[in-house]
Design a protein around this ligand. Structure first.
Ligand code: NAD
Length: 316
């Protein structure tokens, strides 16, 4: 199988390098961030650590969209939501009828953009419960020992196809711990709600996931956000793959046991002066609610809260 990763950032590198190392797939990467591309070329690959240890240089095939002329079976897309439209436009000349796309980006907004280039029956979504940090150009840290993290995947049509089974088999070999779901929107929303609690609160208060869950009121705060999001989803006719209680336990488990020392990716963006994806997470839940005559007051407030935190960070 041939994979090309669009977005050689933290997660694109994690998926691509694990596939490159643990399967017989051919993997290429496309990126557009010049300092990152220059550094990788200069040092002859990407420095990869595991939990800040065993830093080693791994060569990768890296191209800009304009340089690339490959023809993969599967595109893996891992951009930030705000960058995606421009990047897909730059890659459009490479898209062909036999190819499929897989993306496990956070939030909601990427599938609408991808669907401008690919029909629904060639789009596969995923959700990745794993932490990865791009320390800087050419240097990435896969948080958690080998085999850490879990993920769900599902076709946009909810049908399990042969190509999905092949991708699943490669993801298994790559220790990504995949599970196939049969409910695309319910799967995506469960991760969006998770992120709307953990990413958002950790980012606003500049704390790790473990610090958040150690606060005695953390579960109450989480439940309020979960309830509001689930109420909006019910009105929109979306049934999530987790119950409300399972969602709370997932927030608790991942924060307390899975990645207690991790700052979520929205915090990493804010701390580097980049915009966060909050409009696609809490902002999306709030929009979904409004579209169905339900006001998600806490999610609306927190969307502003994160934007205010982005602004406040600039003053420090
Ligand atoms: P990332 O920011 O590391 O990389 C995305 C793109 O941004 C890449 O093309 C990268 O080269 C570029 N980039 C990185 N830093 C930049 C900078 N300072 N200026 C300009 N461009 C820069 O993003 P990611 O963490 O890989 O996230 C991709 C998607 O996966 C997002 O939707 C994210 O929410 C989701 N996700 C991330 C994690 C995680 O732990 N990082 C986990 C699950 C899901």
């Amino acid at each position: 199988m041939r994979y090309t990763v669009i977005g050689a950032g933290a997660m694109g590198l994690r998926y691509g390098i694990l596939l490159q190392e643990h399967t017989d797939a051919h993997v290429d990467f496309i990126d557009a961030w010049a300092p990152h591309i220059d550094k990788i070329r200069e040092q002859g690959g990407v420095y990869v650590s595991r939990d800040h240890e065993n830093r080693r240089l791994i060569p990768i095939n890296l191209y800009t969209p304009e340089e690339y002329d490959g023809d993969p079976d599967v595109w893996i897309v891992f951009m930030k939501q705000m960058q995606l439209e421009d990047m897909l436009g730059r890659c459009a000349h490479l898209f062909k009828d036999h190819q499929v796309v897989f993306s496990a980006m956070n939030g909601w907004g990427h599938f609408e953009k991808i669907a401008r280039y690919f029909p629904e029956d060639r789009i596969y979504g995923g959700t990745a419960l794993v932490a990865t940090v791009l320390n800087g150009p050419g240097d990435v840290d896969f948080i958690g020992k080998s085999g850490a993290g879990t993920m769900h995947m599902c076709a946009m049509t909810n049908e399990v196809t042969d190509i999905e089974k092949a991708i699943f088999a490669d993801f298994q070999k790559a220790n990504l711990n995949p599970e196939i779901s049969d409910d695309f929107k319910g799967m995506c929303m469960a991760k969006i709600v998770f992120n709307s609690v953990v990413n958002t609160l950790c980012t606003m208060y500049q704390i790790t996931m473990g610090q958040f869950i150690s606060y005695p009121g953390a579960r109450d705060m989480a439940m309020q956000l979960i309830n509001e999001a689930y109420d909006a989803c019910e009105r929109a006719g979306i049934k999530l793959i987790n119950t409300r209680d399972e969602e709370l336990e997932s927030v608790d488990y991942v924060s307390r046991t899975g990645n207690p020392l991790h700052y979520p990716s929205m915090y990493q963006d804010m701390s580097r002066g980049r915009k966060t994806e909050v409009d696609y997470i809490n902002g999306y839940i709030a929009r979904l609610g409004r579209e169905h005559d339900y006001v998600c007051r806490t999610h609306e407030f927190l969307t502003h809260g994160v934007h205010l935190a982005e602004l406040a960070f600039q003053y420090h």
